[in-house]
Design a protein around this ligand. Structure first.
Ligand code: HEM
Length: 150
């Protein structure tokens, strides 16, 4: 069990470096240049390269995250029982996941298909929140050990 737990945690953290790190690079380095140069092409070029590693990382994140949550609290019906301190972090992670999905789906199906120089601000309003959520995922993750949410 200990080896499996270690392996899950390793995969979870490795995928977190890709997901959160990639979004920080996108927000801090790529996005300002795209907005300055009004260049949707540069944004789409980054997205198409990053997508290949970012999407698998998010899937690994979700699968290992659910397994880690099950290890922490095997009774799934307790995951939203806020009287149970262990549920706070799990519920926060699932809420962040739901928010990430809403923003990602809206970007993928509404904003990206019609992306033009005029719509770049709309895209920025998706990239920045998803980046903030990705950092909050890490903060909540660390809080399990640090006890910040108990
Ligand atoms: C992009 C999404 C995510 C990121 C960036 C992320 C990041 C992290 C990080 C950095 C840790 C800290 C590990 C440690 O301190 O040892 C962690 C722990 C954890 N994460 Fe995530 N996480 C994500 C998604 C999820 C999801 C969807 C769940 C499912 C509920 C989840 C459940 C957990 C659990 C239960 C732990 C605690 C593991 C333990 O210490 O036993 N995570 N996460």
């Amino acid at each position: 069990m200990n080896t499996l737990y270690g392996l899950l945690l390793l995969l979870h953290i490795l995928a977190a470096t890709i997901w959160t790190g990639g979004h920080i690079v996108l927000s801090v380095v790529v996005l300002p240049k795209v907005l300055r140069e009004r260049s949707p092409e540069q944004l789409l070029a980054f997205e198409s390269v990053y997508e290949r590693i970012g999407m698998p990382a998010l899937i690994v994140q979700i699968v290992t995250g659910l397994m880690l949550a099950y290890n922490l609290l095997p009774d799934i019906s307790q995951w939203f029982n806020f009287a149970n301190p262990l549920a706070h972090g799990i519920a926060a992670k699932l809420l962040l996941l739901g928010l990430t999905f809403c923003f990602a789906l809206d970007a993928r199906f509404r904003v990206i298909p019609n992306l033009s120089a005029d719509k770049l601000l709309d895209m920025a309003w998706h990239i920045i929140p998803v980046t903030i959520f990705s950092i909050l995922f890490v903060v909540v993750g660390v809080s399990f050990r640090a006890g910040w949410l108990y």
